[in-house]
Design a protein around this ligand. Sequence first.
Ligand SMILES: [Zn+2]
Ligand SMILES: [Zn+2]
Length: 375
Amino acid sequence: MCRGMSTTERDYYELLGIARDAGESDVKRAFRRLARQLHPDVSDQPDAEHRFREVSEAYEVLSNPETRQLYDRYGHAGLRSGGFTPTHFNLGDLGDLFATFFGDDLFGGRGGMRADGADVVAEVEIDLVEAANGTTKNFALQLAVTCGTCAGSGVKPGTDVHTCGRCGGSGQLRQVTRSVFGEFVRATTCPECAGTGRIAAHRCEDCDGGGRRLEARELEVDIPPGIHNGQRIRVSGSGHVGLAGGRPGDLYVSVRVRPDERFVREGNDIYTQVDLTAVEAALGTRVTVETLEGSLELEFEPGTQPGDVKILRGRGMPVLQGFGHGDQRVLVNVMVPRRLSDEQRRLLEEFDRASDEGTYRREQGFFEKLKSAFR
Ligand SMILES: [Zn+2]
Ligand SMILES: [Zn+2]
């Protein structure tokens, strides 16, 4: 950003959204409101930084009686000829500048020890049938919790707490600084008391003064029916506890669904295979197949072909957080004899002699069926 050039040729009053006769406090209020909205750290508008600089420049001009008068009379040209150069301050310093100038932090915080708790991730393992029905699982983890001994204060119970001598209890150290906004008092967090304004004569021994400690916790999570391998369940506010009023983090439970050797899962559908002997396939048979809800007897017509698929509607996985179920597709494998006795060979040869074209009447090829099974 080059110096000596203004960021904008737009009207400063318009930028701040104020009237031409707005008072000093109106100028200040308008800038504070816009700065909060447009600060690049919080705004996701792509032009936020540019607009922020425009608004800052407008504020810089209009908050100073001399530059304001120049601008009122001669506009942008007047400022240029008057040698006005807007300050291109580092945005990173702005929160601090804002705090000292307006007496509050840009985003409302006040420093000190307040901190939000961190998120925590745990993993549980379930089998496919549990994933189908939904389940509740217990798991253990190390969780930062508020120290019960000192109720989070970090002070040994029954001992004194002194006002911090370095900052006089304010939690902040003040120093006078010059800046674009004029001369003002700059405040930094007191390192002695970490901004709390208080010093404990004796730290709580159970948490070493931190106010939190790690504890082994046994937690329980409800896993909804239909969950997929690798999905995470977020339990809001069940992560590590915060400090000094900070929000607790979230708990994320990552769910691993163990493969089931009986089933292949494909989205919400599941696949199984049934083995029929060549004779069973030719004559028709009843066979017990496994489903997610237990075994089920299925009838196969005479002339069942390898690659035939029986679709069991609604016998698949439930749709996660939705309605209905996927299907179960039962794929037929026909086992052809590998070893024949002399007697068996004789019978098959006799069978073959008695066969004609009609015996093997072709309807749909194996390959087409396979494709439709995995559609
Ligand atoms: Zn403690
Ligand atoms: Zn202090």
